[in-house]
Design a protein around this ligand. Structure first.
Ligand code: ADP
Ligand code: MG
Length: 628
């Protein structure tokens, strides 16, 4: 391996710009509009401090396509540059910017596409243009300057007769980039990057219909007028104070942001912080939807109202990536690589801040209107459960408002649930058992059994909830909380009853019965478990042991124990030895035994939704035989 530094002479820069920024070449427009915006806001500032003694007026940025001359024009009414300033800012500084780019490039991995995230400010114009002109007149009383450069390091700088203050950048669009001379292309880019730009951007004109005067004749035709087509909203909702916005304004902004989104958001969070970093924004909790197109609408990151990306990985914690909305921070550099973002301290703080704000908002919604919060729960639970698992700080807060709905549609917080069930629901080992179902239909008969005994049954159906149970159990300490799905065992085994049931069968009878059932069931996935239950309980019951099942589920959603994925399904067949049918089986002849066991076993399978195909056909046949 040899090491060294790449010596880049200025001649090499332009081909490199073209080559390496290729994938993201459209950002040139964003860069030039950002410069035009900066030039305008700088002027405003200079006027405000008395440094510039000119009229600010209503400055615009105009984008114009000249198809005949194959040029694209970006024209501002900002502070402009003197010839001297062009020398300084364009010729010297910007070139060093380009060198800096190469310096950065040398360490970065080409394959990650990182390069595409670097911008070169003004020089990114050369990604799409063979020749670039700057015509600029400073707000200072000096002759305008005209700079021309055809992509080689040579440039010309001469006087120009431009009279109005401001800068016009003229791009002579190169042959293979002529897309950028299409209205639709430019208008698409303006919408993508600049629809919330701080300074009005004019792109063409549009026809507007004027209102008819009050006294207009009945058949009067309204007059029309050609007006500037301003493509942006310069004061989007997130730049305003929360106190100045109604809840309707937030909804309107949501629609403005995602015009294809027809569902209203559930609620919003207005972010606003200026220390230790600057950040504003509005996040929305969307209604969950199956529509994948809508899920493509993501949180958008802006820097000073200029769109940067909708990949907010690292800036917004993972569990909040499903939210929608906007965040805007001048502290997040426009042109940075993802790996840089993830390592940046300020960015980490932003992520922590967003987590906290979201938790606080949820907490206040919960406290303010619990009923409303309960109604929204099913739409937000995935995000909250995910957050509780991935961010300890979020867990600590969410523990107080996360809800556990029951199959009867009551909602408990964890503390309420523990309080409500702690006396009535313990198992023989003294664990505090919390019963749950994952699917009301599939586990219907088990739920009914538990309800008949007066127990609370939760309905927990998100795929990550097993992980959350695991965490809650682990943290419960002396309270010894154990979550058990209603079909994890016979209900009387899950929760201890005071009265013990006397077995009708003797030990010898049981020993005789077991191999008979095993033989008839003849399935290694089933462990036969003889139990003396109430005679009213089902004779046969299929249960799925909690531990194994949960481990498998956890593995399917990430984490949990390794190597459980290929384990076969394991079931218990609980046989109630106190049931009349079981006595009948014991006393029947061999062929009758087989028939009764098969039938009872199939019925048990049926209630776990485990009877399919040939087994189901056989069951139906046998059932007809039995009733005929
Ligand atoms: P940056 O914007 O990061 O400073 P650029 O390469 O985009 O880098 O621009 C270099 C400099 O050129 C700017 O800092 C500014 O001083 C000057 N400049 C560029 N565009 C304009 C403009 N439209 N009006 C006035 N000055 C400009
Ligand atoms: Mg710039």
């Amino acid at each position: 391996m040899s090491k060294g530094s790449i010596n880049v002479s200025v001649e090499n820069i332009f081909p490199l710009i073209k080559k390496f920024l290729y994938s993201d070449h459209e950002i040139f427009l964003r860069e030039l509009i950002s410069n035009a915006t900066d030039a305008t806001t700088k002027l405003k500032h200079l006027i405000s401090i008395g440094e510039a003694k000119v009229e600010y007026g209503n400055p615009q940025i105009e984008i114009k396509i000249d198809k005949d001359n194959k040029t694209l024009h970006i024209k501002d009414q900002g502070l402009g540059m003197t010839a001297e300033e062009v020398e300084k800012y364009i010729n010297q500084i910007a070139f060093s910017g380009a060198e800096e780019f190469l310096e950065k490039y040398k360490d970065s991995n080409n394959e990650t596409g990182v390069i595409g995230h670097f911008g070169l400010g003004f020089y990114s114009a050369f990604m799409v243009a063979d020749k670039v002109e700057i015509i600029t007149k400073s707000y200072k009383d000096e002759t305008a300057a005209h700079w021309t450069c055809d992509g080689s390091p040579e440039y010309t700088l001469e006087a120009h007769d431009k009279k109005e203050r401001g800068t016009e950048i003229i791009l002579h669009i190169s042959e293979d980039e002529k897309d950028f001379l299409e209205d639709s292309k430019i208008s698409g880019l303006l919408t993508k990057y600049n629809r919330f730009n701080q300074i009005p951007i004019k792109f063409g004109t549009k026809t507007e219909t004027l209102p008819l005067p009050e006294d207009a004749a009945e058949d009067a035709k309204p007059e029309t007028e050609e007006v500037d087509n301003i493509i942006n909203n310069t004061t989007p909702a997130w730049t305003k104070k929360p106190a100045d916005l109604e809840s309707e304004d937030y909804k309107t902004f949501y629609r403005e942001l995602y015009p294809m989104q027809f569902e209203e958001p559930l609620f919003h969070i207005h972010l606003n912080v200026d220390y230790p970093f600057n950040l504003t924004g509005i996040l929305y909790f969307p209604r969950l939807t199956q529509n994948m197109d809508i899920q493509k609408d993501r949180i958008q990151l802006y820097q000073n109202q200029v769109f940067v990306t909708d990949n907010v990985e690292g800036i917004v914690p993972d569990f909040l990536q499903m939210l929608k909305g906007v965040i805007d921070s001048p502290d997040i550099p426009l042109n940075v690589s993802r790996s840089y973002l993830q390592a940046d301290g300020a960015v980490k703080k932003i992520s922590g801040y967003i987590t906290k704000k979201v938790a606080d908002k949820l907490s206040s919604l919960f406290k303010k209107d619990r009923e409303d919060f309960e109604q929204k729960w099913n739409d937000i639970k995935v995000i909250i459960e995910y957050g509780m698992l991935s961010e300890e700080k979020f867990f600590d807060k969410a523990k107080k408002f996360a809800l556990y709905p029951t199959v009867n549609d009551s909602f408990f917080t964890f503390d309420e649930l523990v309080e409500k069930t702690k006396d009535a629901q313990t198992d023989k080992d003294g664990n505090h058992v919390i019963l749950y179902a994952a699917n009301k239909d599939a586990q219907h008969s088990y739920i009914e059994d538990a309800k008949a005994k007066g127990y609370e049954v939760l309905l927990l159906d998100t795929p990550i909830v097993p992980h959350l149970m695991q965490k809650l159990e682990m943290e419960s300490g002396d309270a010894k909380i154990q979550f058990k799905r209603v079909d994890a065992d016979h209900i009387d085994n899950l929760i201890k009853k005071d009265d013990t049931v006397i077995s009708k069968l003797s030990e010898e009878e049981k020993e005789k019965l077991k191999p008979v059932i095993e033989g008839a069931v003849n399935n290694s996935s089933y462990t036969i478990q003889l139990e003396a239950m109430d005679s009213s309980s089902s004779p046969f019951l299929i249960t799925v042991p909690e531990f194994m099942r949960r481990m498998k589920e956890m593995q399917a959603t990430g984490g949990g124990m390794m190597g459980m994925g290929n384990m076969p399904e394991m079931y218990n067949l609980v046989v109630n030895t106190n049931h009349e049918l079981v006595s009948d089986i014991l006393n029947a002849d061999e062929s009758k035994q087989k028939q009764l066991i098969s039938q009872a076993f199939d019925l048990a399978k049926l209630s776990q939704n485990l009877l399919h195909g040939e087994e189901l056909t056989n069951f139906i046949k046998r059932s007809y035989d039995l009733i005929k």
